[in-house]
Design a binder for this molecule. Structure first.
Ligand code: GDP
Length: 299
């Protein structure tokens, strides 16, 4: 929690600093509500969330004198209300051995890093984790995952450069079953020359894995980079067309002033936010907590 709080400090500054400027014992009138709405939009919570919060404030506190502290508390509650339904921690389902997680997202959002961190996180809970270097278009991605494998002590299934990712995933699933793995994390490419090619690549990985286990993949995590702000919304729309996204991971919340995007995502899509990235190190992955996040944001 302290790390999340530290990580969110720039997002907090943005919202919190703004709040102090708007509310220092003043009546919650139309002007104050309008200022609050602008502030929420500029902090990346998006126009829909801003409108919801304003409506709620208008019906419960309109015309009353409010302190900075009261507004802050009420705002944190409103945000937590939006986040609670999506704050769903991820646990591999023991019915699947292994539980296969396909990890998708635009290049550079933090897929490979998140897979490495997840291997450590679930490994520490006694789960047997395996990773698949399925981003075969980028040699560096394969090496990067192998480095993570060594760092966290989990096996990485990798092929030669430009290997067929679907074939690799198939082999890994076979191996995972044979070795009784709990969790199989499959990295994927994020930058194919067009949407159609990316869709075909992901569809092929899924189709081929299903030849071995027709229930795989059991989860599809879309990794989003918080620093891209509103772009993350568009990425969800695009990837939902490509593949059956079951949950989100939001990375780079450390040092980003755009943590509010998580609230906009929760409100717009209702997809589970399983965990958040708060740094580049192995331990910088946190289960997503609605209360902690809302408080961290508001300050
Ligand atoms: P991929 O292309 O989606 O696999 O992205 P990578 O995992 O290679 O990550 C891209 C860059 O973002 C790397 O330099 C990572 O160290 C960095 N990164 C990933 N997650 C986080 C995070 O939560 N915080 C910070 N500060 N950097 C991150």
């Amino acid at each position: 929690f302290s790390r999340l709080k530290a990580g969110l400090s720039r997002s907090t500054q943005k919202l919190s600093g703004g709040l102090s400027a708007v509310f220092t014992r003043r009546k919650l009138d139309d002007q104050a509500l309008e200022d609050l709405e602008d502030l929420l939009i500029s902090a990346d919570l998006g126009p829909n969330v801003a409108a919801k919060v304003i409506d709620s404030f208008r019906s419960s506190k309109f015309g009353k004198e409010v302190t900075d502290e009261e507004v802050r508390t009420a705002l944190a509650e409103e945000i937590a209300k939006i986040l609670e339904p999506v704050a769903i921690p991820f646990e591999p389902d023991p019915a699947h051995k292994p539980h296969v997680v396909l990890v998708v997202g635009v290049n550079g959002t933090g897929k490979t890093t998140t897979i490495g961190k997840m291997a450590r996180y679930y490994g520490e809970q006694g789960k047997k984790v395996m990773m698949v270097a399925g981003d075969t278009f980028r040699a560096a991605a394969v090496e990067q995952l192998q480095v993570w494998g060594e760092r966290v002590g989990a096996p990485v299934i990798a092929g030669p450069p430009n290997a067929d990712a679907a074939g690799l995933a198939f082999e890994a699933l076979k191996k995972g079953k044979a070795e009784g793995a709990d969790l199989l994390l499959v990295d994927t490419a994020g930058r194919l020359h067009n949407k159609g090619a990316l869709m075909e690549e992901l569809a092929k990985i899924i189709r081929v894995m299903r030849k071995f286990d027709e229930t795989a993949p059991h989860s599809v995590f879309l990794v989003l980079d918080a620093t891209t702000g509103q772009n993350a919304m568009e990425q969800v729309r695009v990837f939902k067309e490509l593949v059956n996204v079951t949950g989100l991971v939001v990375t780079k919340l450390d040092g980003s002033a755009r943590g509010g995007i998580v609230v906009a995502l929760a409100d717009a899509f209702g997809l589970p936010v399983h965990m958040v990235g708060v740094g580049e190190q192995a331990e910088d992955l946190r289960p997503f907590s609605a209360q902690a996040f809302a408080q961290g944001l508001v300050g």
